[in-house]
Design a protein around this ligand. Structure first.
Ligand SMILES: C[S@@+](CC[C@H](N)C(=O)[O-])C[C@H]1O[C@@H](n2cnc3c(N)ncnc32)[C@H](O)[C@@H]1O
Length: 200
């Protein structure tokens, strides 16, 4: 059922429609769209979103995967309540929010995933190794990296895990902004999106 606040079938909810907490990051709309496309969702996807933050991914995926389930993992309790508020705001009902720190909490999650999104979870290498254990044949993982160190670590870990069909893209997005009397283009922080599959 479409959300009253976002009554469209296309993903890409504008950033300013989400409830925010000061200092809590959110995946910018254009980067979020790229990330979601690399997840290759089906209507019944079971997604683990590790380091769910503001909850933009659970909301978008929850709306897209009507018969699916999203398990949003967030270590900070106050941030977890923000995810709940955003799910309510968009009438998304298929999200379980787990307050816990990955990788330790992953063994207690209610259902194994066939898709995993990791955005900002630390320590990323340990999380990826643990996730790999639960991911089934043809399961997909999508990880973002905002700096060279994380890009290197994720890339090295993908190689160690023998992740297949790896793709790496970097976003390059500019948005029109009004600054004083001028309309200028401002860059959205570029993010690397690394994705791949488990093939046994
Ligand atoms: C960049 S934010 C995610 C933003 C989110 N994708 C969005 O668009 O709303 C990263 C979040 O990961 C959480 N986090 C970091 N390490 C974690 C861990 N090991 N386990 C669970 N959550 C973690 C942080 O508390 C933070 O809220």
């Amino acid at each position: 059922m479409p959300s009253p606040i976002w009554p469209y079938i296309t993903p890409g909810i504008p950033d300013d429609l989400f409830d925010r907490l000061p200092g809590i990051p959110l995946s910018k709309r254009e980067v979020r769209l790229l990330l979601i496309s690399h997840l290759r969702l089906t209507t019944d996807t079971i997604l683990w979103d590790i380091g769910a933050g503001t909850g933009t991914i659970p909301v978008e995926v929850g709306l897209l995967c009507s018969q699916g389930k999203i398990i949003a993992v967030e270590r900070d309790e106050e941030v977890a309540t923000l995810i709940r508020r955003n799910c309510d705001r968009f009438s998304v009902t298929n999200v379980d929010i787990i307050v816990g720190s990955a990788p330790e909490c992953l063994k207690d999650l209610p259902a194994p995933p066939n898709r995993v999104c990791i955005e900002g979870g630390r320590p990323i290498k340990d999380i990826l190794f643990e996730v790999w254990h639960y991911l089934p044949h043809q399961g997909r993982v999508v990880v973002t990296a905002g700096n060279l160190e994380n890009l290197y670590t994720v890339s090295e870990t993908f190689a160690q895990l023998q992740v297949r069909n790896i793709e790496v893209v970097q976003s390059a997005v500019n948005r029109l902004e009004t600054r004083g009397n001028h309309q200028t283009f401002a860059a959205v922080d570029p993010i690397f999106i690394l994705s791949g599959e488990k093939l046994e």
